[in-house]
Ligand binder design. Structure first.
Ligand code: CTP
Length: 403
């Protein structure tokens, strides 16, 4: 993804500046062409010679030394870049960008460009939590800069706190994200994810093995592609993904209520949740005590959420999932028809690398025209991308035919 991409890396004067060497190496390894701008203070922490060797290019430190076809370095560098990265970014450079100050090559170049820009703050924890620095970071975010969260841990000043530069691999992932097309700008998507829990008594419940990974991957990828995402999630042990609105529910009935109150506000509904089909008919108010050799649980049916949405969806695109252990295609096709979905994502639980709790999935996307596209085993984030590509195609088709 970074092959032949032109990256301008700005390095400012913090102790984490030495990590910019590793970042440059990683970028070059990914096939990117890197040009490095260093502030004067950065050159106190790491030598321009190191950066020149690693980036295989001259290092830019001076406003008044010509670079490329232009006389002015800041314009030439702005022209060259497909994206800008500042790592580490001190409170000083953040403050300068937020206030529109250009008093050296880096701050001036940043002001003279409109490319995707990633800022990676790294500083002492007290500096980072200083309200003026926080406000400046917010201002940058509002102006469209991508600002990475600093990481918690041991800091150079011997204290512990938030302020460390993120791992190089995380920065590389974030740089790749700068190139993800924002083809879902303005599209509202509702995703359901995870299992539901159906209580029996105050300490016991019926659930399933869903981890929420597939649904959360859909949320993260849709959000990156510019969608405004609402997540309705059952209990999972994963950190919540960055959705615009999040409803954390427990039971199928609660998921039903949330979905029915939210689906009207969106364009696309993706039901990745593994909903319990039945719930205990009675929930005991107190813990059920041991008694005879066997006990009988009476279960009653939960509402079929997607089927209800299917009846009311109007022009919305409705995507369901089918997790099967046998007759994958015929079972999935039946669900697609019965619940009035636009397409269904089917996977076979028996296949290694597919289904619950794995980081990968092996999916088949089946549409209403009878087409079934089987994809190879891939990371759940990649599978999420493929599902969203299909959604996008359907949005485009509908626009063309004005359906
Ligand atoms: N689903 C739902 N509400 C339910 C059950 C399922 O919205 N009460 C949705 C799931 O989120 C999924 C799709 O329906 O998108 C298919 O779920 P699945 O459990 O595979 O299908 P069921 O219709 O429950 O059929 P079965 O359990 O008999 O395979």
């Amino acid at each position: 993804m970074l092959k032949n991409k032109n990256i301008v890396l700005g390095i400012t004067g913090g102790i984490a500046a030495y990590k910019a060497a590793e970042l440059t190496r990683a970028l070059v390894k990914e096939g990117a062409k890197v040009k490095v701008i260093m502030t004067k203070s950065a050159t106190e922490f790491i030598t321009p010679l190191s950066m020149r060797t690693l980036s295989q290019d001259q290092v830019y430190t001076d406003m008044f030394i010509p670079a490329g076809k232009h006389d002015m370095a800041h314009i030439a560098l702005a022209d060259f870049a497909d994206a800008f990265v500042i790592a580490p970014a001190t409170a000083n450079i953040i403050g300068k960008i937020a206030s529109g100050i250009g008093d050296d090559l880096l701050s001036t170049t940043i002001m003279a460009q409109d490319k995707p820009t990633l800022i990676c703050p790294a500083m002492n924890d007290k500096m980072l939590s200083n309200s003026i620095v926080r406000d400046n970071i917010l201002k940058l975010k509002k102006s469209g800069y991508v600002v990475m969260e600093s990481v918690e841990g041991e800091l150079a000043c011997k204290t512990k706190g938030k302020g460390r530069l993120p791992e190089i691999s995380a920065i590389i992932d974030e740089i790749k994200n700068l190139f993800v097309p924002r083809d879902f700008d303005g599209v509202k998507i509702l995703v359901t994810a995870g299992p539901t829990e159906e209580p029996l008594d105050p300490v016991r419940f019926i659930t399933n093995l869903s981890s929420g990974k597939m649904g959360y991957a859909l949320v993260a990828v849709a959000q990156k592609r510019g969608a405004r995402v609402t997540l309705i999630t059952g209990p999972t042990s994963l950190p919540l993904p960055p959705a615009e609105k999040i409803f954390q529910i427990r039971t199928a009935k609660e998921m039903y209520d949330s979905v029915l109150s939210e689906y009207r506000k969106v364009d696309v509904i993706i039901k990745a949740a593994a909903v319990a089909d039945y719930r205990p008919k009675k929930i005991a108010a107190e813990k059920i005590k041991k008694s005879g050799k066997t006990i009988t649980l009476e279960l009653e049916k939960n509402p079929d959420i997607i089927a209800e949405v299917g009846k009311r969806k109007g022009k919305r695109i409705l995507v369901g999932f089918a997790m099967e252990t046998q007759n994958l295609l015929s079972n999935a096709r039946e669900k697609l028809e019965k619940k009035n979905m636009d397409f269904i994502v089917a996977n076979n639980l028996r296949k290694k690398g597919a289904g619950f709790r794995t980081d990968t999935n092996i999916i088949t996307i089946i549409d209403r025209k009878g087409n079934a596209e089987s994809l190879k085993k891939m990371a759940k984030t990649e599978a999420a991308g493929a599902i969203l590509d299909r959604v996008k195609k359907m949005i485009e088709e509908r626009k063309r035919t004005k359906k």
